[in-house]
Design a protein around this ligand. Sequence first.
Ligand SMILES: NC(=O)c1ccc[n+]([C@@H]2O[C@H](COP(=O)([O-])OP(=O)(O)OC[C@H]3O[C@@H](n4cnc5c(N)ncnc54)[C@H](O)[C@@H]3O)[C@@H](O)[C@H]2O)c1
Length: 413
Amino acid sequence: MSAQQSKVLAIIGQGYVGLPLAMAAVDAGWAVIGVDNFAAKVDQINRGISPVEDISDRQLNAAITSGLYKATTDFSEVAKASVITICVPTPLDDDRKPDLRLLRNAATGIAPHLVSQTLVVSESTSYPGTLRDTIIPIIHQYKSEETMDLFFACAPERVNPGDEIWNQKNTPRLLGAIDEESKVRALSFYESICDEVVAVSTPEVAEAAKLLENTFRLVNIALINEFTQLCSTSGINVHEVIDAASSKPYGFMPFRPGVGVGGHCIPVDPLYLTWWARQNGSKALFVESAASINHEMPRYVAERALKLVSSEVRNPRVLILGVAYKSGVGDVRETPVSELRDHLKSLGAQVSWHDPLVPNWEGSKQVGLEWECDVAILATLQPGMNLNQITARDIPILDCTNRLSNQPGVTSL
Ligand SMILES: NC(=O)c1ccc[n+]([C@@H]2O[C@H](COP(=O)([O-])OP(=O)(O)OC[C@H]3O[C@@H](n4cnc5c(N)ncnc54)[C@H](O)[C@@H]3O)[C@@H](O)[C@H]2O)c1
């Protein structure tokens, strides 16, 4: 007899995407099994300590205490679920190409335990065709199409960690299913946890739409990063220009310059797109160009910062404020601040860093804001960062966040 129960959800991967999904599903009355292959993380979660900023320990503990949530490393638990969502990372390999190993491992991990009538959904970001050509064939190696009714859909997650307005529930959910029955089941699941579900005709449309969304951000950030350099050369304040352009009520959307792009999505997903284009005999030249402009930003920021130091100072001491890839999170994946630090060092600087949300970073410990330095670079403004301690000192500051404008000693990017 099947152990499957109707309102049981299994989520593969309990990170920035999987854990908030688990909590949203618990709120909607689902019993949730959070499967993760990182035993220490599973242990931490089951002790009620949340590994992601968007989920508080209190919320996690309430879910555990209600009996509706538990984390496990045991993939056989997925046999109890009517819906399984895959929320594992889709990073780049050493050659900056899509690395689907974790996704394949997740599919391989669940496949032997699947029971008939289960809906399998991929929420991980990937290039069009991943569900149909990678995930489904792996599962069918274990469970043949002829002997078992399985349903498949793709619902790329759009969560924006640290966002206080948009979350799992109120962000419309894209959904592309492999066939009509899969669509009906996936709609029913997502409508139980999201305010709005946007069904598209195929999984490939949903996969491509996710890449388009993040590539849109990448190219606009690149445009403004390039524009910033043009303005700076002519002594024009780019932020005043952006504010001026924003007064147009249509056809313009403001983006701000920064150290570069970071995180699991914006620097990574467009490279899934460029790789996919090349696989299909095309080239996404515009996207490649945008990626390379952003990639050059840390060098530009390093050079601008060192120009604020007297040329008499040899080996200037530079304090980097904020190393996470964006404000409000401790996530340092793909943070452009790593490149910034490396460029500063290659230009002879001694570099230290401070970030209240990052306990340690690439094997180094942070310093306090009182650290003696010749210039500070505000790379990421973090909550809890007492900047008065820096602005009160007579130290030049390069502000890459446009949050300290008009303060003495502060230069905006
Ligand atoms: N973080 C974001 O802001 C965001 C937003 C939208 C979409 N996404 C996409 O969602 C996916 C997940 O990203 P994330 O940020 O949640 O990653 P994450 O690193 O925060 O969490 C992923 C979890 O999956 C676990 N894991 C890895 N391989 C596994 C396997 N084979 N079996 C079981 N568990 C496994 C890891 O231990 C980790 O706990 C990626 O495709 C990402 O591009 C991320």
